[in-house]
Design a protein around this ligand. Structure first.
Ligand SMILES: [Zn+2]
Length: 178
């Protein structure tokens, strides 16, 4: 199972991230039978002028039966809007995830303390998974203790992978849409 990919033609089973073009123009989408998808506003897009339009697309797609997860969404201190603005966007995704009972796929760069604090504050019922986890084992243990799942791609720390219990661990390609 490829837990997270941007490759629309990824081998199945996979959770394919809905591309921005499909968020803006759902009629252009070409869903594959038996594929599953995730829909979210990427934190890198939170400063874009069309962020609200992308979000409208996320809300529509989120209801689709083949969309099994909300995301990727999250916090990135190196790109996108300010962390305050990104947090507001993330909270909107959390509300959607809770309302539809679909789990959350998170992108997190240098904002783990903020994500942990948000999870404590909002106490979500849905699973939160940090995709593309590259952190060290201590951080993996800390996140697992807070109830997170972790998804690993080819850039990963072997000791962190080993430190993550199998039931909290996913594998992904995060491949580009090529
Ligand atoms: Zn991704």
């Amino acid at each position: 199972m490829d837990f997270h990919t941007h490759n629309l033609h990824a081998p199945l089973p996979a959770i394919i991230n809905i591309p921005d073009a499909w968020l803006l123009s759902p009629e252009q989408a070409q869903l594959r039978e038996h594929a599953t998808y995730s829909a979210g506003l990427h934190p890198w897009n939170t400063a874009d002028t069309d962020a609200e339009r992308l979000w409208q697309g996320v809300c529509k797609w989120a209801h689709h039966p083949q969309v099994v997860a909300i995301g990727e969404c999250g916090l990135d201190k190196l790109r996108g809007a300010s962390i305050d603005v990104q947090t507001t966007w993330l909270e909107r995704h959390v509300m959607l995830s809770e309302a539809l009972r679909k789990p959350l796929t998170l992108h997190c760069v240098k904002a783990f303390d903020e994500i942990i604090a948000l999870k404590k504050r909002l106490a979500p019922t849905q699973q939160w998974t940090i995709h593309g986890f590259r952190g060290k084992p201590e951080q993996a243990r800390q996140l697992v203790a807070q109830g997170f799942h972790l998804s690993f791609n080819k850039h990963y720390n072997e000791a962190a992978y080993a430190a993550t219990p199998a039931h909290c661990r996913h594998l992904e390609t995060d491949d580009a849409d090529t």
